[in-house]
Ligand binder design. Structure first.
Ligand code: ADP
Ligand code: ZN
Ligand code: ZN
Length: 737
């Protein structure tokens, strides 16, 4: 570049703006050229904001004399390499999210908020030269001697976490040694692996697993998408482990994405026992410091395996060679607010850019993924049978029309439960509704408890003595008398898990049921404790919500009863049957994982519903085929593509008026293969005191939809009168709430 050409820093500012801005280097700056991927502090409007350099250019579309200099460059080296930076920017473009906000939401929280310089490395301790010489003098301080001996094995010291892991609490010894001047605090560049050497060997693969492993191994080094479809217990995790072993032995990095609830200590233990690799985890339960260190270990290429929930899809991995997405159908891969991305879809994109294979695993793949496999874009690998000797459960539907129900249980289900319990087996009941009852009503005048802020009823939580809105969290004490007529005959209608638990105590005296839902597991450690007891067969009768449905193995469960899923067959959301079938199969997967066969009983008032019949008789793949055919005929995703514009306001009219203007703004550009439908009220129009309105854009071709959205959003952003209206766009929405 010519010596006199200016240096222009193109910056994505962490603010709700859709463009990037040009700045000049900082005043008085003489150093190296700031590079893309470094954070900067920039003047923005009347304040300062964080931003990230996305490009260093020599030209600007603006008058260079009017550009402002950045206030400061915050990082000595880029946080994101060009490929990682461009990946996030691509995602921001696809989801039509402000690029700066997207970039900053892809960083660990501490780097998002604080502008302080980064601490490199974890806090730790190392020996001083005096300490090195002094070990012989420590015969009367055994703990100090242990610390010194360990520190002697590594010139660069050990992190505090590692010291604690190896020696237990040694803060007292460290203080004493520091007082003598024998140790000093230092920073440890990376977190050394703390697990024992992996020693366990796995089972011999069955032919289906072998084929799956060979197929993916054969594709390493290039882009390819695999759907690994296997029922729960068919050995998918074993396939992941073999693939990870191959990849890590070749010195590459791997990313394993799991649903929020899937990151269990069990999985970590299992991977730790089998993989001799430095593994870091990334999920929301980590502290900010831990998270940042894990992220940096991955970005520096030190961590070989990153195990994380959805946001880990953005973690920089310089030697990425394989991406695995477990339970790919899980909704938690979709970010539902702010930067609304699908980590599953982005994993596929990322693999394409990194030229590596990606494996999407599930017993119940999303219809989008099934469709891609059927059309040949993804390679389907099937694990049709349970691994080892486990026998698959049998699914029975039970017609409960005109049946006398006790506690919502039909006579047949009750009889089956008695039999299993008498034989010392475990029974699991699934009821996807927490609380005591979904409605409290006055028998005298018909009053029902309603949320003052939502179009919703208040759920009765009897033990807590509360009426509680599950949509906005509003609550009140259970009234002693009807607020309207003052009569005291208030009655609960319907049933949640809390009521079912109480009823089961009466129906099965001497057997104490255990309930697993969000209310019963609020205390830290409680869920782990209950799941552990259930796994060891110590709880004969288990009941719970979908917290029970995922990932957990209960080898002693021989009977699963599924209550009240019918709304899934006729729900307002076109994805309701898909979600219902996925839940049924996932819950069914809890049963009979050892050598005892399991039975799954589904109570229904619609035993002849075609989708239910195909699920019951032919299993999930047949269900998926039938459901896809319905979607095709209706022109719904994955046969079309959608973007949902949501608007909300405290003012009853403002949100719908705003979307009406947005719809008008679309009128002359929507013609080309794009339909704009609405505005219509959201399924629950009033929520948390605000009115929620929807406008849906739909197109047969993704590219048409994208082109439309780009033009349309420029106009929508320019619409006036939206100050009391909040709006957002959700590309490829998964929930129509
Ligand atoms: P999934 O991830 O599909 O639920 P897992 O990989 O967890 O299945 O396997 C289920 C159980 O079967 C585990 O206990 C696992 O150790 C065992 N298993 C997996 N593959 C085999 C195999 N080839 N032979 C014997 N047991 C196996
Ligand atoms: Zn009343
Ligand atoms: Zn509410």
């Amino acid at each position: 570049m010519p010596a006199d050409s200016p240096i222009i820093l193109r910056v994505a500012v962490d603010a709700p703006v859709s463009t990037v801005f040009d700045y000049l280097p900082a005043v008085g700056w003489t150093g190296d050229t700031p590079a893309p991927g470094m954070r900067v502090l920039v003047p923005f409007g009347r304040s300062r904001r964080m931003g990230m350099i996305v490009e260093v250019a020599t030209r600007t579309g603006q008058d260079p004399d009017r550009l402002k200099p950045v206030a400061s460059v915050l990082d000595p080296a880029p946080l994101l390499g060009t490929a990682d930076l461009n990946f996030v920017l691509w995602a921001a473009g696809y989801y039509h999210h402000p690029p700066g906000e997207a970039l900053f939401s892809a960083l660990p929280a501490r780097l998002r908020r604080s502008s302080s310089p980064l601490q490199s490395g974890a806090p730790g301790w190392c020996l001083t030269p005096e300490g090195r010489a002094g070990v012989a003098d420590l015969t009367r301080a055994p703990k100090q001697a242990l610390v010194v001996r360990l520190l002697l094995t590594n010139d660069t010291g050990f992190s505090s976490a590692e010291l604690k892991h190896r020696l237990g609490d040694c803060r007292g010894a460290l203080r004493a040694l520091a007082a003598r001047g024998w140790v000093e605090p230092c920073r440890i560049a990376s977190v050394p692996r703390t697990g024992e050497r992996a020693s366990a060997t796995g089972p011999e693969l069955n032919p289906h697993q072998r084929r799956a492993v060979d197929a993916v191994r054969g594709a390493l080094g290039g882009f390819c998408v695999f759907l690994l479809e296997g029922v729960t217990g068919s050995g998918k995790t074993e396939v992941y482990i073999r693939l990870l072993q191959t990849l890590l032995a070749a010195g590459r990095q791997a990313l394993l994405l799991v649903p929020e609830i899937g990151l269990t200590p069990q999985l970590l233990r299992r991977l730790g026992a089998r993989l001799d690799a430095f593994t870091v985890t990334l999920h929301s339960a980590l502290g900010a410091g831990e998270r940042e260190r894990a992220w940096r270990c991955a970005a520096a290429g030190e961590a070989a395996l990153v195990l994380g929930t959805r946001s880990a899809v953005f973690v920089p991995l310089p030697r990425l060679g394989l991406i695995l997405v477990d339970e790919e159908h899980d909704l938690s891969f979709k970010q539902q607010d702010g930067f609304r991305y699908s980590a599953r879809d982005l994993a596929v994109l990322r693999a394409q850019r990194a030229r590596c294979p990606v494996v999407l695993g599930s017993a119940t793949p999303s219809l989008e993924t099934v469709h891609n496999a059927r059309s040949g874009r993804y390679t389907r690998l099937e694990l049709p049978r349970r691994a080892g000797e486990a026998v698959p459960p049998e699914l029975l539907t039970l017609d409960i029309r005109a049946q006398p129900l006790r506690a919502g249980l039909s006579p047949v289900l009750l009889r089956l439960m008695r039999e299993e319990l008498e034989n010392g087996n475990q029974v699991l009941l699934f009821l996807n509704r927490r609380g005591f009852a979904p409605v409290l009503t006055c028998h005298a005048c018909g009053w029902v408890g309603e949320c003052p802020r939502c179009d919703a009823r208040l759920t009765l939580h009897l033990a807590a003595g509360r009426l509680w809105c599950h949509h906005c969290g509003w609550m009140r004490a259970v009234p002693g008398a009807c607020p309207d007529c003052k009569e005291t005959d208030l009655r609960p209608l319907g049933r949640g898990t809390e009521r079912l638990e109480a009823e089961l105590r009466d129906l099965f005296p001497g057997i104490s049921p255990a309930r697993i839902d969000r209310d019963s597991t609020r205390r830290k450690g409680e869920l782990e404790r209950l799941l552990g007891e259930a796994r060891r067969g110590e709880i004969p009768l288990l009941l719970g919500t979908q917290m029970l449905a995922k990932g957990h193995h209960f080898p002693g469960v021989t009977l699963v009863g599924i209550l009240e899923l019918d709304q899934g067959l006729y729900g307002a959301d076109f994805r309701a049957p898909e979600r219902m079938a996925q839940l049924v199969v996932q819950v069914a997967g809890r049963a009979g994982r050892a050598r005892r066969p399991g039975r799954v009983v589904l109570q229904t008032r619609h035993p002849n519903h075609p989708l239910l019949l195909s699920l019951q008789r032919q299993g999930y793949p047949a269900f998926a085929a039938a459901a896809l055919e319905e979607r095709r005929q209706a022109g719904l995703p994955p046969f079309s593509h959608q973007a949902l514009m949501r608007a909300e306001s405290r003012d009853e009219k403002a949100a719908s008026e705003f979307l009406e203007r947005a719809a008008r703004a679309a009128a002359d550009i929507a013609s080309k293969g794009v339909a704009v439908l609405g505005p219509v009220p959201a399924p629950m129009e009033r929520r948390d005191g605000r009115y929620h309105i929807h406008l849906l854009a739909q197109a047969d071709r993704r590219s048409d939809l994208q082109a439309f959205l780009t033009t349309w959003l420029v106009r929508v952003r320019a619409l006036k009168g939206g100050s009391n209206v909040r709006w957002s766009l959700d590309t490829d929405p998964q929930e129509m709430l």
